[in-house]
Design a protein around this ligand. Structure first.
Ligand SMILES: [Zn+2]
Length: 57
């Protein structure tokens, strides 16, 4: 599990470094929230595969 990943941020309109800001373990696997280093945009990944595309709030 990476603590930092590079990903396109729709708020910034460019690629940003996202930091892991929260982690919970579900029966599906680890659910991890990432947040943009430059704005408040966040998203959730489950088991490092499923990207919900949802904001992390
Ligand atoms: Zn951003």
């Amino acid at each position: 599990m990476d603590a930092e990943i590079v990903r396109f941020c729709p708020e910034c309109g460019t690629e940003r470094t996202f930091y892991q800001c929260a982690r919970t373990t579900l029966h599906l696997g680890p659910k991890v929230k990432y947040r943009c280093s430059e704005c408040s945009y966040g998203f959730v990944r489950i088991d490092e595969v499923v990207d919900t595309g949802a904001t992390a709030d």
